[in-house]
Ligand binder design. Sequence first.
Ligand SMILES: Nc1nc2c(c(=O)[nH]1)N(C=O)[C@@H](CNc1ccc(C(=O)N[C@@H](CCC(=O)O)C(=O)O)cc1)CN2
Ligand SMILES: Nc1ncnc2c1ncn2[C@@H]1O[C@H](COP(=O)(O)OP(=O)(O)OP(=O)(O)O)[C@@H](O)[C@H]1O
Length: 188
Amino acid sequence: MNVVERKRLARLAARARRAELVTETASRCASEHLVQLVKDRAPRVVAGYMPIGSEMDPTQALRDLLPTTAIALPVTLDAGLALVFREWTPGSAMSRSKFGVMVPAEGKLLSPDLVIVPMLAFDRFGHRLGYGGGYYDRTLEEFRSCRSVLAVGFAHSGQEVDMLDTESTDQPLDVIVTEKGIQRPDAS
Ligand SMILES: Nc1nc2c(c(=O)[nH]1)N(C=O)[C@@H](CNc1ccc(C(=O)N[C@@H](CCC(=O)O)C(=O)O)cc1)CN2
Ligand SMILES: Nc1ncnc2c1ncn2[C@@H]1O[C@H](COP(=O)(O)OP(=O)(O)OP(=O)(O)O)[C@@H](O)[C@H]1O
């Protein structure tokens, strides 16, 4: 079995496992840790996401950060391209993307210096498994080729697995925030 097939199977397992993990307490605790991390780092622009399925929900944290930090949300262009990020406030008009994700219908494009990254699973080395579009990998690679950006994985602690399969294009997470706190990846 090759790495692409192993990732596909890992996605199925991770998706089923994650659906069991959602609780309001977990989401509140994780949001508090996320707000603390962002405040410590003081970025100019934070990229969040609007959750789908049973992703950890960052929207309360985004609202709490708004008075001090500009917030942007990801917009997919064509397959194979990096994400772009559009400014968001709670009053923004939203539309549903072809992936079922809510995206700002308009608003200026911003360059985030901290990106909150959704995922299906992660390991303690900071590897992440997403839905398989490669969008965050391409985006982080593009950003990291010309400036520094902090990639913050946001998930339930139960989404951690022993070790994920990786490809050369996988971009590592710099830090992982769960309801249990802030984790720095081990060197792999
Ligand atoms: N909340 C969120 N926004 C995001 C992403 C993401 O993973 N999560 N993306 C990350 O790249 C980009 C959108 N790309 C996506 C690519 C594939 C699927 C996908 O396969 N979705 C599942 C259903 C998800 C569910 O309900 O659990 C599917 O269509 O089967 C979703 C988003 C940008 N915005
Ligand atoms: N920078 C890149 N350039 C070319 N191909 C890439 C790049 N990044 C990822 N890919 C390709 O995209 C495909 C999907 O990548 P991967 O399985 O890592 O997606 P993912 O991280 O789960 O998805 P997402 O980031 O959208 O949540 C892989 O086959 C990978 O080789």
